[in-house]
Design a protein around this ligand. Structure first.
Ligand code: GLP
Length: 265
C-alpha cells in the first residue's frame, strides 16, 4: 500500500487528480473509473473538472461506476447518489450520462439490480481506477463493519453511525434511508487500482486502522491491504494516528522519478 501524507486537503485533491488523470491518459479514452460519493472526493472531482475545462483531459468516452446508492429514495431525489454523481462527476467532467452508472436503488427487484450491476461492470471491462473515501467506522462504499471481505454488489443495512454521519445531507437524521445497494468489497478489490482519499481528524482513527491495523471485517477498508495497487492519500489531520507517518513521508520524498511516472504522482 502506498501512503502519501499531504500538508493540506488541497494537496490531497491535487495529487489524487494527477493520479487519476495519469491512469485516464495511460488507459485511453474508454477508461473506466469507479466513483465515490460523500465529501472526501469532491475537491478531487473539481480538480479533474478543471483539467477537462483547460483541455488537458478528455472524459467524453470514459465510463464510470458509482459505488453505491440509497434504497428507498424516489428517483430524482437531490440526495440520491444518482443525482450527486450527475452534479459532481458526469456534468463537470463532461462525461456521457449513458456511460455513467449508479446502482438502481429504487428497483423493484433489488437482487436482480445488484446482479445486473456486477454484469455491467464486467461488460465494461472492469474498473481501471476506483476512487474511494472512508467512513468514520472504516466502511468503503457502504460496506459496513462485518461485511464479507469477498462480497459483491448487494443490499446492506446502514449502521446508526453512518446514518448519523450522513444526516447532514438531509433535513433530519430519520430521513436518511436505512438501506443501500453497494458494490461489495470483492467488487472493489477487482478494480485494477484503488485510490482512497481522506481528510480531517474525524478520519484519523479509520485511516490508521485501515492502513496499519489487522485485516478484519470490523474495518472493511482494511481489505485494501490485500490489493496490489492501493494508494491512500491523506492530509495531516487524517494521518494523525499513523504509526509509520515518518516512513511514509520519507518514502514519498525519496521516490525515484520513474516510479512517480509509473504510479502517476
Ligand atoms: C459515504 C459513502 C462512501 C463514502 C463515505 C465517507 O456514506 N457511501 O462512499 O466514502 O461514506 O463519506 P465522506 O466522504 O462524506 O466522509
Amino acid at each position: 500500500m502506498e501512503v502519501v501524507i499531504c500538508p493540506d486537503a488541497e494537496e490531497v485533491a491535487r495529487l489524487a487528480a494527477a493520479k487519476v488523470a495519469r491512469v485516464v491518459r495511460d488507459t485511453g479514452p474508454e477508461v473506466v473509473i469507479g466513483v465515490a460519493t460523500g465529501s472526501s472526493p469532491v475537491a478531487l472531482y473539481e480538480a479533474l473538472a478543471e483539467m477537462v475545462g483547460e483541455g488537458g483531459l478528455d472524459m467524453a468516452r470514459a465510463s464510470a461506476f458509482a459505488l453505491d446508492e440509497y434504497v428507498g429514495l424516489p428517483v430524482g431525489h437531490p440526495e440520491s447518489y444518482a443525482e450527486v454523481i450527475r452534479r459532481t462527476v458526469t456534468e463537470p467532467l463532461g462525461m456521457d450520462p449513458a456511460r455513467v452508472h449508479v446502482p438502481h436503488g429504487s428497483a423493484s427487484d433489488i437482487e436482480a439490480a445488484a446482479d445486473e450491476y456486477e454484469r455491467a461492470i464486467e461488460a465494461a471491462g472492469g474498473v481501471d481506477i476506483q476512487i474511494l473515501g472512508v467512513g468514520s467506522n472504516g466502511h468503503v462504499g457502504f460496506n459496513e463493519p462485518t461485511s464479507s471481505l469477498a462480497s459483491r454488489t448487494r443490499i446492506k443495512t446502514l449502521t446508526a453511525r453512518t446514518r448519523f454521519d450522513n444526516a447532514r445531507f438531509f433535513a433530519s437524521a430519520d430521513q436518511v434511508p436505512t438501506h443501500c445497494l453497494t458494490q461489495g468489497l470483492g467488487t472493489i478489490m477487482a478494480a485494477r487500482q484503488v485510490l482512497l482519499v481522506a481528510q480531517g481528524e474525524g478520519k484519523a482513527d479509520a485511516v490508521a486502522k485501515l492502513v496499519e491495523g489487522p485485516i478484519t471485517a470490523m474495518v472493511p477498508g482494511s481489505v485494501l491491504q490485500l490489493h496490489r495497487f492501493a494508494t491512500v492519500i491523506v492530509d495531516e489531520d487524517a494521518a494523525a494516528r499513523l504509526t509509520l507517518a515518518a516512513y511514509y513521508r520519507e518514502t514519498f520524498e525519496r521516490k525515484p522519478d520513474w516510479q512517480r511516472y509509473l504510479r502517476g504522482i
